[in-house]
Design a protein around this ligand. Structure first.
Ligand code: AMP
Length: 320
């Protein structure tokens, strides 16, 4: 049974149009907050009802059934604002090997005027996940919450290029940044990821900034006060759609930490396996379909299989 250490997730909720090599999909439920919340809820479990709280905005065209779907998984949607207008819409096209994607269209719609309002009941959330939104809005969220125990943020190339000052101010307010390798290189101006990480870590608060660099199918690297740590990607036979993998990764990570209620180098390293496991489930289906189709027993089985994958028997010293 998990204890509820509430996790607040702020980010986009969307309709995605996905052009995949296997076919086109329209009006797919998407958005960073959606993927992160579904992933976190799988780790936390419905035993800790409403421990995952979402703040975002949808338009009048967004079916209540989608919100109901989130609620049925124990996600609290009271912080999802319904504004006059259309829901944020993103259209992406993937290359035949799924290794790259092009954003064909981004319609901000109600997301253009999004100014996150954190409900009173959410303000004491000890765990906060700031999805990829304007860094100024990420800081606005932090101004509304009371001393969270762990603040994790994502960002993207768009903000790194266009809002460097706002991004720098955001980095000084968070505990852990989760970005991909391209973003780490862009943010630091350094190609080598170990040196890039050292540079980025200096930009955090006095207490220190931890950093996770995601490398897709090549796993993820953590840099923190205990040193560097690597988690591989869970090897899959078939990948259908990488959309939302990064957000599911962050949701899985935070779900584990919130469920455990412990933030130590050791719990962070374990959390990375849950992050990678949730990322792996996400890419096995179109949109969030796989995350919606599995339960905690599937997650437990994958974690067990993951543990076997990396288990080398416990001793790894140079033979005498
Ligand atoms: P990921 O594949 O982890 O980058 O996440 C993809 C999700 O992010 C999709 O479901 C999109 O709806 C959402 N998304 C795409 N562009 C943006 C944007 N500019 N701001 C916020 N969310 C976005």
């Amino acid at each position: 049974m998990t204890t509820a250490h509430p996790l607040l997730i702020v980010g986009s909720i969307a309709f995605d149009d996905l052009d995949m090599p296997t076919g086109d999909h329209r009006d797919v439920l998407g958005g960073a907050a959606t993927y992160s919340a579904l992933a976190a809820a799988l780790v936390v479990g419905v035993g800790a009802r409403d421990a995952v709280r979402v703040v975002g905005v949808v338009g009048t065209d967004f079916p209540d059934a989608h919100l109901q779907e989130l609620r049925s998984r124990g996600i609290d949607t009271a912080g999802v604002e319904r504004a006059a207008g259309k829901t944020f819409r993103w259209h992406g096209r993937y290359s035949s090997d799924l290794a790259s994607r092009t954003s064909l269209d981004t319609q901000l719609n109600v997301f253009a005027d999004f100014s996150p309002k954190i409900p009173q009941a959410y303000r004491s959330s000890p765990f906060v996940l700031l999805g990829n939104i304007h860094p100024k809005l990420q800081v606005d969220v932090l101004d509304q919450v009371q001393k969270p125990r762990l603040v994790v943020a994502d960002t993207m190339n768009f903000w790194i290029e266009r809002e460097p000052a706002a991004l720098a101010a955001m980095l000084r307010r968070i505990d852990l940044l989760v970005i991909n390798d391209e973003e780490a290189r862009q943010l630091s101006g350094i190609h080598n990821l170990v040196r890039a990480a050292a540079d980025i870590r200096k930009r955090g608060p006095a207490a220190g900034l931890r950093l996770i660099i995601k490398r897709g199918e090549f796993g993820a690297l953590l840099f923190d006060e205990a040193g560097a740590f690597f988690v591989p990607a869970y090897p899959l036979e078939e990948v259908l759609d990488p959309t939302g993998a990064g957000d599911s990764f962050a949701g899985g990570l935070m779900g584990y930490l919130a469920a455990r209620g412990e933030i130590t180098p050791s719990s962070l390293r374990k959390a990375l396996y849950f992050a990678a496991a949730l990322g792996s489930f996400c890419v096995e289906g179109i949109g969030p379909s796989r995350l919606l189709g599995i339960g905690r027993s599937d997650l437990a089985a994958r974690i067990a299989s993951f543990a076997r994958l990396v288990d080398h028997g416990g001793e790894l010293s140079l033979p005498a």
